[in-house]
Design a protein around this ligand. Structure first.
Ligand SMILES: NC(=O)c1ccc[n+]([C@@H]2O[C@H](COP(=O)([O-])OP(=O)(O)OC[C@H]3O[C@@H](n4cnc5c(N)ncnc54)[C@H](O)[C@@H]3O)[C@@H](O)[C@H]2O)c1
Length: 463
């Protein structure tokens, strides 16, 4: 028998057991307190002889980067990369020739050599990755292409990076881990929210002990995308589809990445299991009722994803994380980004803190009032440039700058393949929990035990 038990096998096994019970009429056994009642979708595990925790990049004097997917996000990251010294954009790929040419024009306008262009269908990235003038392939395609592009890049000897989420099935997560380990190429998920000014200040405060013992975090993607989801261009062409196919938290990583870094996930702690619940659906249906012409093909669609998905994650150290997703309700933007410790609490939107024993009673202080003391060195160094150039309040520039720094100086990247898949896997795990009436679902241990003792750097150093 293969050493990997697939989700499909497990589901078939469960279905077979239920069917047998129905036939024999045997009563279902009540669970004892000692039973492990959490559903295990995990790889049974192999020893991690050659893991990718703490592995530095080789040094690159000039970092040669290819971008697959030159839509809104690909071009936005391209403009950040073009503002950084020591970067050469050597190849660009998109299924739409006009978009790839638009991106190429940005490169030449910046006074850089014209990159090689690939626009010959869905799998033209497979030709791109074979070139010998590329160190790093970044993909900003729609979600279903993230895993195939990252796998092709690593198999062709390139470091791979993907937009979020990097995968939407447990099987793809394992394939990414095993391919990164086998090829010794990094596989990163470019989680820009880890580089926000507030997030990096909070990370520094955590490391300097301000929060005491960490107990609880809250992470989310709460963003009203209704108008964008119904557009006939860009994300409207692909991002509404999952709402007709799956009921899950589709986009867990923006909230979870920073909280995972605060908690040192894979450095002495890990996500152990999660439960999930979804509300009913109304947002997309009601938007269509009032905004979409009655003869549109969109009227054939049926939306099955609940509008508000809420999950709870328990970590091995006993910490809890609330994880939410809602992109179809009217509301101001929020990733929650809350952290509770035994000595302090931080809440974002707006960023504010309360320290144990703080003068003036139980009132929030602004994070800004502490930022002189706790601003992250990266923001001190490039914050002005980031605010001027950067998307999303500057975090995109800080992330791009830091990535290039790690590649040029031969440093350990701030996150690795284990982070990429652990922050993405709540997508299929929330779906599985919902399917089973909110049953607890175990996280696979993608590090196969290495999380217990790893002291590999994570996130940019705070000193
Ligand atoms: N990190 C962030 O803050 C952030 C922000 C926006 C989008 N994103 C992510 O970036 C990704 C892209 O989003 P977007 O807003 O740019 O969408 P988009 O639709 O504007 O761009 C996607 C591009 O990929 C191209 N494409 C599709 N299939 C392809 C293939 N097989 N090979 C090459 N190109 C292909 C499309 O033609 C399009 O140009 C998504 O995963 C999204 O979730 C992240």
């Amino acid at each position: 028998m293969s050493d990997r038990i697939s989700r499909r096998d497990l589901l078939t096994g469960t279905a077979a057991a239920l069917a047998a019970t129905a036939v024999t009429g045997a009563p279902a056994r009540l669970l004892a307190a000692t039973d492990d009642w959490r559903v295990d979708l995990a790889h049974p595990g192999r020893p991690t002889a050659d893991g990718m925790l703490g592995v530095p990049f080789e040094k690159h004097e000039v970092v040669r980067i290819a971008i697959v997917g030159t839509g809104l996000r690909g071009r936005s990251m391209l403009s950040e990369l073009l503002a950084i010294e020591g970067v050469q954009i050597t190849a660009l790929c998109d299924v739409v020739e006009e978009k790839v040419r638009k991106a190429a024009a940005m490169v030449t306008k910046a006074g850089r050599p014209e990159p090689a262009l690939f626009y010959n269908g869905d799998r033209d990235f497979e030709r791109l990755v074979q070139r010998n003038d590329i160190d790093f392939v970044y993909t900003a395609t729609p979600w279903p292409w993230h895993t195939p592009v990252a796998l092709a890049a690593m198999r062709a000897g390139k470091h791979a990076a993907s937009e979020v989420p990097i995968a939407s099935s447990v099987e793809d997560c394992w394939e990414l881990v095993e391919t990164s380990e086998k090829t010794r190429r990094h596989c990163l998920m470019m989680e820009n929210c880890c580089y926000g000014n507030s997030e990096l200040s909070v990370l520094r405060m955590v490391r300097e002990g301000v929060f005491g013992t960490l107990l609880h975090g809250e992470a989310a993607y709460l963003h009203d995308l209704r108008e964008i989801l119904f557009e006939d261009r860009d994300e409207g062409q692909w991002r509404r589809l999952p709402h007709t196919q799956r009921n899950a938290n589709f986009y867990p990583t923006h909230g979870l990445g920073p909280v995972a870094q605060y908690m040192g996930i894979h450095r002495g702690d890990r996500f152990e299991y999660m439960v999930s619940m979804s509300s009913g659906e109304a947002g997309l249906t009601e938007w269509r009722d009032t905004h979409v012409p009655k003869d549109s093909a969109k009227w054939q669609e049926r939306y099955i994803a609940g509008d508000m998905n809420s999950s709870l994650i328990k970590t091995a150290k006993g910490r809890t994380i609330l994880l939410q997703h809602d992109v179809v309700s009217p509301r101001p933007y929020s990733r929650l980004n809350n952290l509770q410790g035994s000595k302090a609490i931080f809440n974002d939107y707006p960023p504010r803190v309360y320290l144990d024993g703080q003068a003036g009673g139980e009132k929030w202080a602004t994070l800004e009032s502490l930022n002189k003391k706790y601003e992250h060195p990266l923001w001190t160094a490039v914050g002005d440039l980031a605010r001027k150039n950067g998307g999303h309040g500057g975090m995109d520039f800080v992330m791009a700058y830091r990535l290039v720094q790690c590649l040029r100086e031969g440093l350990v990247p701030d996150f690795d393949v284990y982070d990429a898949v652990s922050w993405s896997v709540p997508f299929p795990l929330s779906e599985e929990s919902l399917r089973k009436g909110s049953a607890p679902i175990k996280f696979p241990d993608f590090t196969r035990g290495a999380w217990r003792t790893s002291t590999a750097p994570q996130g940019p150093a705070t000193k």
